[in-house]
Design a protein around this ligand. Structure first.
Ligand code: ZN
Length: 87
């Protein structure tokens, strides 16, 4: 069986389903993505329409696909969405 999922939410906390997939998986392969700076991006980041990073709130937002991007740890901590998204 093959399963895919996000490891963590926008707060860098495990989804309950991801926790059990990680616990039970025989083999785990990470699909790499890249931050705007070129570094590997491991932080699933939620942001508002005016470019502010969201740090709190409900884990799941239905229909919020345009409100997420992947950032490296440095830019996630800084709250820096990159030159294309003004902060
Ligand atoms: Zn970065």
């Amino acid at each position: 069986m093959i399963c895919y999922g996000l490891r963590t939410d926008f707060r860098r906390e495990l989804f309950e389903g991801s926790m059990w997939l990680l616990a039970w998986a025989d083999i785990i392969e990470e699909l790499k993505t890249v931050c705007w700076c070129g570094q590997g991006a491991s932080c699933n980041t939620r942001f508002t329409g005016d470019g502010q990073i969201v740090r709190d709130g409900t884990q799941i937002v239905v229909g919020g696909n345009d409100s997420y991007t992947a950032l490296c740890r440095k830019h996630f901590k800084e709250g820096n969405l990159g030159p294309k998204r003004l902060k």
